[in-house]
Design a protein around this ligand. Structure first.
Ligand SMILES: N[C@@H](CCC(=O)N[C@@H](CS)C(=O)NCC(=O)O)C(=O)O
Length: 223
């Protein structure tokens, strides 16, 4: 069995980071192929490799699977550990991963993942604050119901991998977190695979113009 995970720039591609971290942490062997995300040619360029023109996409012996949730479900059919064995934990983890996949859009748009910079937060925009409050609620719920340090107990599963890019954002933008949320963020950013990704991201020379737009917003300032 050979897997190739097509990903975009590590500095920016939060979606690519999710299956990459999941596969690394679960010791699922794969090759990676990085396709450059540029200001003007993303969809067109990625379409050659991924049916919907978006990354990540996993090439398997049986065909391609794209969309991060579908990749997680594909891996769950082949490997243990992607979702918890316990039904209640698995229901919760799948619900929260779906919520992450389709929600938190204000937080994601206003605070895009950029691994290689730090910003000072001047104020929290109200829509992003609502997302952050829900985020902290769900993190606290999982860790207190199932014991932590991960969301469904003492081992990482797909729902944690889905939140890794959010943890990076919390650090990049110094988002105001509760103690519990801060502890969870630390658990995620200290993972060996996350450190590897961030180190490689910092070595990338490419820069997207939305960094300029961010520099012109009033709620953060570049450090
Ligand atoms: N819902 C998709 C989102 C994937 C996505 O938006 N990927 C970005 C890179 S982080 C992309 O390919 N952007 C290119 C484009 O939208 O043209 C998933 O879960 O994989």
């Amino acid at each position: 069995m050979t897997y190739t995970l097509f990903i975009a720039n590590k500095n920016y591609s939060s979606w690519s980071m999710r299956p990459w971290v999941l596969m690394k942490e679960l010791n699922i062997p794969f090759r990676e192929q990085l396709l450059l995300m540029q200001d003007d040619s993303n969809g067109r360029q990625f379409k050659e490799w991924s049916p919907n023109g978006k990354l990540p996409c996993l090439q398997t012996n049986e065909g391609k699977v794209w969309e991060t949730l579908a990749i997680a479900e594909f891996l769950a059919e082949k490997f243990l550990g992607v979702w918890p064995v316990d039904t209640v934990k698995r229901m919760w983890a799948r619900s929260v991963a779906s919520e992450m996949h389709s929600g938190f859009s204000a937080l994601r748009t206003k605070f895009p993942m950029i691994c290689n910079h730090r910003y000072a937060l001047k104020y929290m925009p109200s829509d992003a604050q609502l997302d952050l409050a829900r985020l902290m609620e769900v993190w606290l719920e999982g860790r207190s119901w199932f014991g932590g340090p991960f969301l469904t107990g003492d081992t990482l599963c797909a729902v944690d991998a889905f939140f890794v890019p959010v943890a990076i954002r919390c650090q990049t933008y110094s988002l105001p977190l509760s103690l519990d949320a801060q502890q969870y963020v630390t658990t995620l950013i200290e993972l060996p695979s996350v450190k590897d990704w961030v180190r490689q991201a910092k070595e990338e020379p490419w820069r997207l113009s939305y960094e300029d737009k961010l520099n012109n917003t009033d709620y953060i300032s570049r450090l």
